[in-house]
Design a protein around this ligand. Structure first.
Ligand code: 13P
Ligand code: SF4
Length: 358
């Protein structure tokens, strides 16, 4: 058995352990929420801070980011926005790799997160020691990693990609005759391989949220809604992706929904995205792709347990006390900055990011 094949089992027990130890989020009345929002807005001004949120965090955090001149987007845009913004403190509402990416790009800024416990199963499932040993076995290959990784894994990589730019970057590497080591998401890796025909050796990580989308139940749902368009995030299983009308990053899914002429959209990604999607296409019917059914598990809720750890309460406390700061070793940061800048430069040069995104 190869090194990469041993990871999922270890990953599962670590994830089960983490999820079972998570404290439930505090319940807030509407009046309490309003009071936290007022206090957070005052602190943002006082501390010269801006909120940058991912589409998967709670609606109220997304709304707060937008109301206060912050930003809500996919992982590529979040990193780019933070680096371009003039605020001295970036408040990243998302998961830890997103905070780390911001810190790599903006070392002079204070980067805080509502909680540092918000992880990602892809990051957890790709420890640097094992991944580095895996890469060492194939020294002639270009190491391409997904942004959902630790700063150490990024520092080990030649290229970093997100779901927004992965296909174009792999095509670019293929044109240069490069063979690839890909990590950590096996589904995204398989999707890229199917699209590009690249020579890729893959790490076997998964996103615990997207891995739960179910083929059989999706087929049944599509029969009930034959005119619906199916939009899928590429961290989903290959068989689910095969049914999609559109595959892309969170931001690209929203853009595809906007362009679609269908009245009904079936969406296979975290349900946090429905907040923005329903604003963008208020007249369309939005249906979550099924995660339940015959083979459902307790993780089948289409909501990232780590994204859900971001709350108004811990955002307020973090800002008030300037706690949960992201710190990154300077030498590793500089190494990780090389593939990260490579990705950003490529994205600008190829129109995936534009000046208006920042
Ligand atoms: P996006 O880059 O599409 O926002 O994806 C990040 C992520 O963690 C999806 O699960
Ligand atoms: Fe990671 Fe999946 Fe959560 Fe995204 S949804 S942060 S890939 S665990």
């Amino acid at each position: 058995m190869s090194l990469a094949e041993t990871i999922p089992e270890k990953l599962q027990s670590r994830i089960d352990n983490i999820i079972s130890n998570v404290e439930p989020n505090p319940w807030l009345s509407e009046a309490e929420k309003a009071s936290y929002i007022v206090k957070i807005k005052a602190l943002l001004k006082q501390k010269d801070a801006v909120v940058i949120a991912h589409y998967y965090v709670d609606d109220e955090l997304q709304a707060l980011a937008e109301e206060t001149g912050g930003y809500v987007s996919d992982s590529l845009d979040m990193a780019n926005f933070g680096a371009q913004h003039s605020a001295s403190t970036l408040v990243i509402c998302g998961v830890r790799f997103m905070g780390e990416t911001s810190k790599i790009l903006s070392p002079e800024k204070t980067v805080v997160m509502p909680t540092l416990e918000a992880e990602c199963s892809l990051d957890l499932g790709c420890p640097i020691e094992e991944f580095s040993r895996f890469c060492d076995q194939y020294p002639d290959r270009e190491v391409v990693v997904y942004a959902n990784t630790s700063v150490e894994v990024k520092a080990r990589a030649d290229w970093i990609v997100t779901s927004s730019n992965a296909i174009q970057i792999i095509n670019h590497l293929m044109a240069e005759g490069k063979k690839i080591i890909w990590g950590p998401d096996k589904h995204l890796g398989q999707y890229i391989k199917n699209k590009t025909n690249a020579d890729m050796i893959m790490w076997q990580g998964i996103c615990v949220v997207h891995d739960e989308f179910k083929l059989y139940e999706l087929e049944q749902l599509m029969k009930k809604h034959p005119d619906a368009e199916v939009l899928v995030h590429p961290e989903s299983p290959e068989a689910v992706i095969a049914l999609a009308d559109f595959v892309g990053s969170t931001k690209q899914i929203i853009a595809a929904g906007k362009k679609s002429t269908a009245d009904t959209l079936i969406i296979a990604t975290d349900h946090g995205l429905f907040y923005k999607m329903s604003q963008v296409v208020p007249d369309k019917r939005l249906i979550p792709a099924p995660t339940g059914g015959k083979s459902a598990t307790c993780q089948s809720c289409a909501h990232c347990p780590w994204m859900a750890m971001n709350t108004l309460v811990n955002l307020y406390e973090t800002l008030r006390d300037t706690t949960n700061t992201i710190e990154v070793d300077e030498q590793i940061r500089q190494q990780a900055l090389i593939p990260l800048n490579r990705m950003l430069d490529f994205s600008y040069q190829n129109g995936i990011l534009t000046a208006g995104d920042a």
